[in-house]
Design a protein around this ligand. Structure first.
Ligand SMILES: [Zn+2]
Length: 212
């Protein structure tokens, strides 16, 4: 599980024009063939490229759910990578911090009964964060990205990448606004999962539709 050189297999590089701009896209299979990941790369002038490891979140990324901040973080990351140059890894098999869609929805149900994000997973007998970044590190190495600036507020990602031999020279804030719907989620991330978020978290975004 802590293989220092996790094997990943990259497919062909193709152009992917998007509403954010053009990316070079590549699919990746991890060594066990369990998950297919995607890398999106935009060229830029920075000496050390910006990298975002984005964990798959169907409800946030595709449907724009405000129960979490994933959709807005993905939007922000793609804009920054277009602006500065860098790579986004879209990591499959990371749904619900690695517990899967069904269990994430079960945890949401417990949260509606009063539990916070951490308590809900504990009540289900599931780890609070089951994600592994071995495949991510393998993809970064295959792309020649062993020195990066990491767009994240999650200290676990930096730790895991270091363990797999990726040097994080700077952590760049993912800076996403808090909303009434995700305030408790963000407070739990900050207070119980050591995320680098503001001490005075409060609702900064008026209740209106998504910005894009
Ligand atoms: Zn999410």
């Amino acid at each position: 599980m802590t293989d220092p050189n996790p094997a990943v297999e990259g497919g062909p590089v193709v152009q992917l024009p998007t509403r954010y701009g053009d990316f070079a896209a590549q699919a990746w299979l991890d060594s066990a063939g369990r998950a297919e990941h995607l890398s999106l790369t935009a060229p830029g002038g920075a000496a050390v490229p910006l990298v975002r490891l984005h964990s798959e979140c169907l409800t946030g990324d595709v449907f724009g759910s405000y129960r979490c901040d994933c959709g807005e973080q993905l939007d922000y990351a793609l804009r920054q990578i277009q602006r500065q140059g860098g790579t986004l890894l879209y990591l499959r098999g990371h749904e619900g911090r690695g517990i899967g869609l069904m269990n994430k929805m079960r945890a949401y149900s417990l949260q509606e009964a009063g539990a916070d994000t951490v308590e809900a997973n504990e009540q289900l007998g599931l780890p609070v964060d089951a994600r592994d970044y071995a495949a991510a590190a393998g993809i970064l190495k295959s792309l020649g990205l062993d020195r990066i600036r990491l767009l994240s507020s999650n200290p676990l990602k930096q730790e895991q990448l270091s363990r797999y031999g990726i040097t994080v020279v700077e952590v760049v804030s993912a800076g996403v606004p808090s909303r009434r719907e995700n305030l408790r989620y963000l407070q739990t991330k900050r207070d119980r999962m050591n995320h680098a978020l503001a001490a005075d978290l409060h609702v900064t975004t008026p209740l209106e539709g998504p910005t894009s």
